[in-house]
Design a protein around this ligand. Structure first.
Ligand code: OXD
Length: 308
């Protein structure tokens, strides 16, 4: 078999990724777009915003494996409808997401930038902290569930909004518009982990902010385009929201002229919340390929026609 690794934006990591395949004992050829390979030899495509658009010569593909949990970057890739597609999921991804969310909640509550500034100035800047314990998680997929259960263990009062009801320890399950309204009204923190679909694009916007009653902080660790960026600063200015912790953006890298960079109550991080561990993606993709070859569906299958 041959493998194509087609990952836009990760060019600096590709040599290391090729080495990871070897380290894991995979001796099959691993190609990058633009290299001199026979498209018909490719059985496995590992993709993140793939560059290849014409797949007609790729007659042997058995599996497309997304490098990340999200698959919105594959929706316009032009894959033939009968190719099996799987997304990445695994314990390392969940752990990293949980760690990011917990760290940022704590950083917010302790106002960490203020403390760093105070240390730089050798000032003993004791303050009360800005606490809050009601968390609403938007989206209870694998990552949302892990975050919800971890926060519940830490003593937060957690509810989660999802399409179908979920049974999770210490987490109230909310569905539908009434559920969303109830969660928004009592939330101190909103954490977005919804996939990006036509239904969620721009969902985090003025209509939602108008239903918040406790000036929550919005943390977006799902997809940038779920947030209506133009509605955010007005919501902060009128006090519907008290802050935003943003790890994902409609355009990445976030353009330097974006006002989000310099608003005092917006924190920007560079899509770092839950980085896929290359070895774990490679292991899953090889296992998935084996399953597909054996006539089984891959783990974490995706239906691109449903957008997730
Ligand atoms: C993902 C991501 O989809 O990192 O996993 O955004």
């Amino acid at each position: 078999m041959a493998i194509l690794v087609d990952m836009t934006g990760s060019e600096s990591r590709l040599d290391a990724i090729k080495t990871d395949f070897k380290r894991l004992g995979i001796t099959d050829p691993v190609w990058l777009p633009g290299e001199d390979y026979d498209p018909a030899s490719i059985e496995l495509v590992l993709a993140w915003k793939p560059q290849v658009r014409d797949w007609s010569a790729y007659t042997g593909v058995k599996l497309v494996q997304s490098w990340g949990a999200g698959v919105d970057h594959l929706l316009d890739a032009g894959f033939p409808a009968d190719w099996p597609v799987a997304r990445f999921m695994g314990q390392s991804l969940k752990d990293r997401m949980v760690r990011y969310v917990c760290a940022q909640l704590s950083n917010w509550q302790l106002d960490m930038p203020r403390l760093v500034q105070a240390q730089n100035e050798k000032r003993w800047d004791w303050h009360d902290g800005r606490w809050g314990e009601q968390v609403l998680i938007l989206g209870l997929g694998e990552l949302g569930q892990s975050v919800a259960e971890s926060l519940a263990v830490q003593g937060y009062k957690v509810s989660g909004w999802s399409q179908s009801p979920k049974k999770l320890k210490g987490v109230e399950s909310l569905t539908g518009k009434p559920g969303l309204n109830a969660g928004l009204a009592r939330a101190d923190y909103l954490i977005n982990l919804l996939p990006l679909t036509s239904a969620t694009r721009g969902l985090l916007g003025s209509e939602l902010w108008a239903r918040c009653e406790r000036q929550p902080v919005i943390m977006n660790v799902g997809r940038g385009a779920s947030l209506a960026e133009d509605d955010l600063i007005p919501a902060l200015e009128v006090g519907q929201l008290s802050g935003a912790i943003l790890d994902v953006f409609e355009t990445e890298p976030l353009p330097s002229q974006s006002p989000l960079w310099s608003h005092p109550n917006i924190w920007v991080t560079p899509h770092i919340a839950s980085i896929s561990d290359p070895s774990d993606v490679i292991r899953l993709s090889i296992d998935n390929l084996r399953q597909v070859r054996a006539g089984e569906p891959p783990r974490y299958p995706v239906d691109l026609s449903r957008e997730y």
